[in-house]
Design a protein around this ligand. Structure first.
Ligand code: HGY
Ligand code: MN
Ligand code: MN
Length: 423
């Protein structure tokens, strides 16, 4: 795609990298990671920077009632629905500097490059920084994306986070408004397509020495709340055969969860990633354990099978250990396929930039899979060093980050040229 001056249009790579570094400073941790959890002061500062960058890029910027930050660029055809680009800037605790942030900043850079090169599009552009993708403090993940497609329920809005803070208050502090959450909803006819650029967060592209990932599908996932109730008692005087040790039972549940993943179980991956116990004292037999299990697979049926099998296994563990174990479905997000036409656009854009590309599923969840309820979606990956993510070691080469942003830019231009005349 050439500009009116005939030059091949590219993003301003140095500006993108500088913006990534600036955002990475907000919530920076001592070991090079970032803690910028949704609904925190760090999140609020990061959101301010993103709004400023959207305004600098010439976007008409607003905060919707779900506290999503949305930058609008008008198209030449008012009758066309918007081409939406986005990702998130909130992180996991002590996470990486690129997960989500890269996609938001690259999308803003694409809009700025189009304006710098005085390049109008037929489609309006909507650049979105989705609120609370990581599900901070026990709230639902992809929170802002769920709001945008109208998929939040009363329980989500009435929820209290695991610090005891009502989500409605948290939302208000970020510029949202739970009492008018319906105003955040976009109907399907308003979104032509959604594109998200993201780091792969896995090892596939690096292991194959490929520069661009064309995402075929995004994994489904189910998060379960598991509680184990035994009986706290004196660690010195309670005979082993009389104990109802909640942590011993929980350990068996954790191993059962592990066994439900390949090669022995139906799902691709299974994890118990968070656990708390009470009274959590060295000289007391644990009385209560609460934990969260996460099952993921591109087949929702496989996830359902894993949950069913786990429910059966915890009954046996409870009998064996004299405990009571409850498994409650917390949040599920369905697996979603990426639009074949958008996959072609991304592959062509990569080839036009002489970049190697490879098609793969996403093991991580993304806002894209929720937006997939109302629009065709496409995702572009760049390689993650060592496949590492959600930790301070998360890293992608600068050339790869710039290449991914150029693929996003070219995909936007190709899409607009191909579908801009229709409707
Ligand atoms: O958990 C995930 O896959 C995403 O990073 N929220
Ligand atoms: Mn993440
Ligand atoms: Mn992410």
């Amino acid at each position: 795609m050439t500009t009116r001056s005939g030059r091949a249009m590219r993003v301003a790579g140095d500006r993108l990298l500088a913006n990534i570094r600036s955002l990475a400073k907000i919530g920076a941790t001592a070991d090079g990671g970032v803690s910028r959890l949704a609904f925190t002061a760090e999140d609020a500062s990061g959101r301010e920077l993103v709004r400023d960058l959207m305004i600098e890029a010439g976007l008409e910027t607003r905060i919707d009632s779900a506290a999503n930050i949305i930058g609008h660029r008008p198209g030449e055809r008012q009758d066309l629905p918007a081409l939406m680009l986005g990702s998130h800037i909130d992180t996991v605790p002590n996470g990486g500097t690129l997960d989500g942030a890269y996609g938001v900043l690259a999308a803003i850079e694409v809009a700025r490059a189009l304006n710098d090169h005085h390049t109008p599009m037929s489609h309006p552009l909507a650049i979105v920084a989705f609120n609370n993708e990581e599900g901070a403090f026990g709230t639902r993940g992809m929170w802002g994306a769920h709001a945008l497609v109208g998929a939040l329920d009363e329980a989500d809005l009435a929820a209290v986070d695991d610090r005891g803070r009502p989500v409605a208050d948290l939302l208000f502090e970020m510029g949202g408004d739970a009492s008018h959450i319906d105003r955040a909803v976009w109907s399907a006819d308003r979104v032509a397509a959604y594109l998200e650029l993201h780091i792969e967060q896995g090892p596939v592209l690096e292991s194959r020495n490929v520069e661009i990932g064309v995402v075929e599908a995004i994994t489904g996932r189910s998060t379960l709340d598991i509680s184990v109730r035994g009986k706290a008692s004196h660690a010195g005087t309670t005979p082993m055969e009389l104990r109802q040790d909640a942590l011993v039972a929980a350990a068996q549940v954790i191993l059962a969860v592990r066994e439900l993943a390949h090669p022995n179980g139906p799902v691709r991956v299974a994890t118990v990633g968070s656990l708390s116990l009470a009274p959590n004292a060295w000289n007391v037999v644990p009385g209560v354990v609460t934990m969260q299990a996460d099952f993921r697979d591109v087949s929702d049926v496989a996830i359902w099978q894993a949950i069913s099998r786990l429910r059966g296994e915890v009954l046996e563990i409870a009998m064996r250990t004299g405990t009571a174990i409850e498994v409650e479905g917390q949040h599920s997000v369905a697996a979603v396929s990426c639009d074949p036409g958008l996959q072609d656009v991304i592959a062509e854009a990569s080839e036009s930039l002489d970049l190697s590309h490879f098609s793969l599923p996403s093991g991580a969840g993304h806002d894209a899979q929720v937006i997939g309820c109302i629009a065709p979606i496409g995702m572009i990956f760049v390689p993650s060093k060592g496949g590492i993510s959600h930790t301070p070691e998360e890293y992608s080469a600068e050339d790869d980050l710039i290449a991914g942003a150029n693929v996003l830019l070219q995909s936007v231009l190709t899409y607009d040229e191909r579908y801009g005349g229709t409707f």
